[in-house]
Ligand binder design. Structure first.
Ligand SMILES: *[C@@H]1O[C@H](CO)[C@@H](O)[C@H](O)[C@H]1NC(C)=O
Length: 397
């Protein structure tokens, strides 16, 4: 059989394209956990739950004092208002916010709710997401940075306008029971903030998880996402100075500053952690490295020794189902796998590989579900989630 020129041209294009397509679809399938792989349990035997602490999206652990600060939202409010996941039912929210910060003692597992001292425009509109704390060496003063997705003034317009997100700065002392508001960072670059990483008492980086607050294309983000950015802000003066630190980052979600001075960001659309070098002159970020992780991720937390922990969604469709079908009374489960990344110690103990990536915790969703934060504390992990029905603390081997 001989082919016409047209047929030959068609095959020249179609065969490699077809192979690429199969490769693309297969890659996506395993990334989303559609390849049929089971989630095998790991370190999920020794866990304690604190069911009073619900909907805590993020946590910060003060290791030497055994304390954790958490940003929590009652499930009833959370179900109506998650701008990152297109939940924009602002009219259903209470007139003044029911969100709160909890201070958890990791030795006794007891907690208290911190008293917020702030103008009502701040406390009434506090809808929490990521948080981070800066602590000056040798000081008991803590600066807490919290992302707040304020509903628009006219709440009816939320689905068209998105949230009026800001970053609130508070001060407290170690173990203190009050959070004193200092400043609100409002800026056009604070678009879709997700995670914040403090670099000083008035300076921080944050991720914008999406390029736009609302857009029809966001419904199809599993297939294609517009890349977004990571922003640096200096809030030394009352008019905050923010700038794009790096652009074209695909769904940057978690962000944390390592004791080694590098920033680590995780992606909820690509299976990799990006390692960023802070440029001392202009605070821009330059990509230093990437670390491959098998699944889509949420917040990153780095222990004082530099070991990184990141929760992943080994069954991404379960997470989507959870967000879609959760009610105040019940919700479907979503499997969890936490990855641990150890960096090279200089002794070449990882046989020339720079990073050792291993599973630290796994559960099929029956004990721990939909985790968005895995903050290390000694030999334990503090697990919590945007829609989690409890905070869970698990001992890991
Ligand atoms: C928004 O909240 C109201 C009041 O709780 C509820 O009746 C309505 O179904 C919600 N809409 C959506 C789209 O969830």
């Amino acid at each position: 059989m001989s082919l016409t020129a047209k047929q030959r041209l068609f095959l020249t294009i179609a065969i490699p394209f077809g192979a690429q397509l199969v490769h693309f679809i297969w890659g996506k399938a395993s990334l989303l956990g559609l390849d049929g792989k089971e989630v095998t349990s790991l370190n999920n035997e020794k866990c304690v739950g604190i069911p009073e602490l619900q909907g805590c999206e993020d946590a910060y652990v003060l290791e030497d004092r055994g304390l954790a600060y958490l940003a929590c939202t009652p499930i009833s409010s959370r179900l109506d208002w998650i701008p990152a996941m297109l939940k924009y039912n602002a009219t259903a929210l209470p007139v003044s916010s029911d969100n709160y910060f909890a201070l958890l003692d990791l030795t006794t597992n007891s907690y208290q709710t911190l008293k917020i001292i702030a103008p009502s425009i701040v406390s009434d509109n506090l809808y929490l997401h990521g948080l981070d704390i800066h602590r000056e060496k040798g000081s008991d003063l803590l600066t807490l940075f919290a992302i707040s997705h304020r509903p628009p003034q006219d709440r009816e317009t939320a689905a068209q306008e998105g949230a009026n997100s800001v970053i609130e700065i508070f001060e407290t002392t170690v173990g203190g029971k009050e959070l004193k508001w200092v400043q609100t960072v409002e800026h056009e670059l604070v678009r879709t903030p997700n995670s914040v990483a403090a670099t000083g008492p008035r300076s921080f980086y944050f991720t914008n998880d999406h390029r736009r607050k609302v857009h029809w294309s966001r419904t199809f983000e599993m297939l294609y996402m517009e890349p977004s950015d990571i922003i640096y802000c200096d809030a030394t003066s009352t008019t905050s100075d923010c700038k794009v630190a790096v652009d074209s980052v695909v769904y940057p979600n978690g962000l944390d500053l390592s004791p080694n001075g590098l920033l680590y960001s995780s992606s909820s659309a690509e299976p990799k952690i990006s390692v960023w070098e802070i440029q001392s002159g202009d605070n821009s970020l330059v990509l230093a490295d990437t670390i491959e992780i098998p699944y889509l991720m949420d917040n990153v937390h780095i222990a004082p020794d530099g070991t990184l922990f990141v929760p992943t969604f080994p069954k991404a469709l379960e997470l989507i189902n959870l967000v879609k079908r959760a009610t105040v009374d019940s919700q479907p489960t979503s499997a969890v796998e936490i990855y641990k990344v150890s960096t090279e110690t200089g002794e070449k103990q990882f046989y020339g590989n720079k990073y050792k990536v291993e599973r630290a915790f796994a559960d099929d969703g029956s004990k721990v579900s939909g985790t968005t934060t895995s903050a290390p504390f000694k030999n334990k992990l503090l697990l919590t989630g945007v829609l989690a029905r409890e905070v869970t603390i698990c001992e890991i081997a």
